[in-house]
Design a protein around this ligand. Structure first.
Ligand SMILES: Cc1cc2nc3c(=O)[nH]c(=O)nc-3n(C[C@H](O)[C@H](O)[C@H](O)COP(=O)(O)OP(=O)(O)OC[C@H]3O[C@@H](n4cnc5c(N)ncnc54)[C@H](O)[C@@H]3O)c2cc1C
Length: 384
């Protein structure tokens, strides 16, 4: 067992940290307050190779491993969770899914443009009546001649309003349930495809979230991603790498909570003493530190297993569930340490609290991850 990161991973961490501190963090307060999607920052991350970091070099990616991917997302999450969400959805739900399931033609067509940031990507399972239960998807796709005709509405889709390609999971054979789902690549500009941005989110307001509408949207057969009837497998594999990204970027927020709290505790005085000298404040910081380190180790362990090419579904669920819960607690502690200043946007901790709340909802709620872990431990499937 090796707890040291490699020289290359350290270089990625330092490069992203430098960029995040100089360019992402300073803009995060305004971008979040104004619901501004920072396309300029995303384009710069594309130029730096971040948007294809762990895609293979033959498709224009950086060829990095999952540990590097997690380190990158932790650093971005530490500066602005919304930016980290944009990058991780694009790269893992988008790029990695095309890599795993795409035909050679699809990979050559889309991956270099995804890796460079020329094209942004998203993936849509959620619908107004469909959340945790992906198997009940209502969006339909019917084969007419040599085209599939898609109809339905997707909602709560990260990058949905800015993505150039959307991976849509639709029902192609309703009687087969989850075995009747199929994945499609739909390009923006396709007739019958439109998006509407969702506003007034509690947090991650610098990320784009949208509703996608498909109205007699015709896509060629060549845009089917993976085999017909394998849409559920496409979605599950996409979630597998995306959930690791959620865990990594959430650890970044927890770390930001520690950084802000330590700095405040070292300068704020009450009763003639620094508040950092009070043991009850030290206890809050100690809890945040231990739990964040434990979450980080769970993330690295899941990433290391994935880097060996082995299944890491349970380990990823543990990392995602645990990091989401402890980061929310860390953000709550950070506000407590800041007192009333923590309750205003003069300090960033109120944003960390609002931002990180979403981590236990998207990419599988905490309840769904506990079910995955519980099923693995007991061997009993609640849904069978
Ligand atoms: C900001 C944001 C971005 C998102 N981005 C995307 C995206 O890019 N693509 C996408 O497809 N979706 C996206 N989503 C949707 C997200 O994945 C869903 O919200 C999530 O899967 C939960 O679905 P739901 O909200 O419909 O809740 P529901 O499934 O309706 O669940 C409601 C509650 O019931 C609980 N529950 C449900 N089933 C069970 C059960 N069997 N046992 C115990 N408890 C249960 C849940 O844990 C939850 O507490 C996003 C959501 C948000 C908020």
């Amino acid at each position: 067992m090796n707890f040291e990161i490699t020289e290359e991973q350290a270089m990625i961490r330092d490069t992203i940290r430098d960029f995040a501190e100089k360019e992402v963090a300073p803009a995060s307060r305004d971008n979040n307050r104004d619901e501004h999607f920072p396309l300029d920052l995303i384009k710069k991350l594309g130029e730096m190779g971040v948007l294809g970091l762990n895609l293979p070099s033959e498709y224009g990616g950086g060829g990095a491993d999952y540990i590097s991917y997690c380190i990158m997302l932790e650093e971005l999450g530490r500066a602005d969770l919304g930016v980290a969400v944009t990058v991780s959805v694009h790269l893992s739900l988008g790029g990695k899914t095309v890599l795993q399931w795409g035909s050679e033609e699809q990979k050559e067509k889309y991956l270099p443009r995804i890796a460079s940031g020329e094209m942004l990507a998203c993936l849509a399972t959620t619908e107004p009546n469909v959340g945790s239960d992906v198997s009940s998807i209502e969006t339909s796709a019917v084969l007419q001649g040599d085209e599939w005709v898609l109809n339905g509405t997707k909602t709560w889709i990260s990058n949905g309003g800015v993505a150039d390609i959307a991976i849509i999971i639709a029902q192609t054979e309703k009687s087969l349930g989850s075995k009747g789902l199929t994945a499609f690549i739909v390009e923006r500009g396709t007739k019958g495809f439109s998006s509407r941005d969702l506003h007034n989110k509690l947090g991650i307001r610098s990320s784009n979230t949208a509703e996608l509408v498909l109205e007699d949207c015709r896509v060629p057969q060549g845009n089917v991603l993976g085999p017909v009837g394998k849409g559920m497998s496409v979605a599950l594999s996409a979630f597998d790498s995306a959930r690791l990204g959620v865990a990594a970027r959430t650890v970044g927020v927890a770390q930001a909570c520690i950084d802000a709290s330590v700095s405040y505790a070292q300068t704020r005085k009450q009763f003639g003493r620094l508040i950092g000298s009070f043991q009850l404040i030290q206890e809050l910081i100690a809890d945040m530190t231990v739990e964040t380190e434990a979450a980080r180790l769970l993330v690295y362990r899941a990433a290391a297993i994935k880097d060996k090419g082995e299944p890491a579904t349970i380990e990823t669920s543990m990392a995602k569930y645990y990091s989401s819960e402890i980061a929310l607690k860390a953000a709550n502690n950070a506000i407590q340490i800041h007192g009333s200043y923590g309750y205003s946007d003069e300090y960033p901790v109120e944003r960390y609290f609002r931002d990180v709340r979403v981590s236990s909802i998207l990419e599988g709620t905490s309840q769904m991850h506990k079910l995955i872990i519980g099923r693995a431990m007991t061997g009993i499937n609640a849904f069978a």
